[in-house]
Design a protein around this ligand. Sequence first.
Ligand code: IMP
Ligand code: MG
Length: 176
Amino acid sequence: MIQLHDKQFVPFISAKEIEFAIAKMVAQIEDDFTDETPVFVGVLNGSFMVVSDFMKGYKKPCEVSFIKLASYEGTSSTDEVKQLIGLNQDLSGRSVVIIEDIVDTGNTLVVLKELFKKQNVKHLRIATLFFKPEAYKKDIKIDYIGVRIPNKFIVGFGLDYDGLGRNLPEVYQLKE
Ligand code: IMP
Ligand code: MG
């Protein structure tokens, strides 16, 4: 068991399971992009570890870029996600795979989709290491899913609780 700030977390997904889940996504994407050099776009902060392992596993030509978004706890329910670092690369005509650490409600995905609409990309696919089907409220298709998890709060492998826990090589869930 580990303690982060005021909360306790228990082991949930091992480093091995994460490794397998990423390898599975890599294999699917390598199959889907045969003649193209995809651009992987990681969504900071949470996705830095997934993107790193993902890139190391991907054996064909590829590029990487990052954007940084932050959720708000504001009063408005729609525009809650703010863009902190934008895309600084021309992606027109390119095949883009967004790499997320986790998809929860899907609010972030809506913002990402909107952002890429203006980019004239050839293909836009979405990959996420973790997915909470019970919490997902949008109808945007998620093309590659690593692990489906229950609607519980998790930390580790890039995911944080109030800034802490991102360095953990495996995933923990909030102790009930
Ligand atoms: P969304 O609700 O799909 O827009 O997810 C918003 C963001 O909330 C994600 O990109 C994560 O940064 C964060 N998040 C969602 N679920 C968890 C969790 O279980 N642990 C830590 N962060 C989470
Ligand atoms: Mg995220």
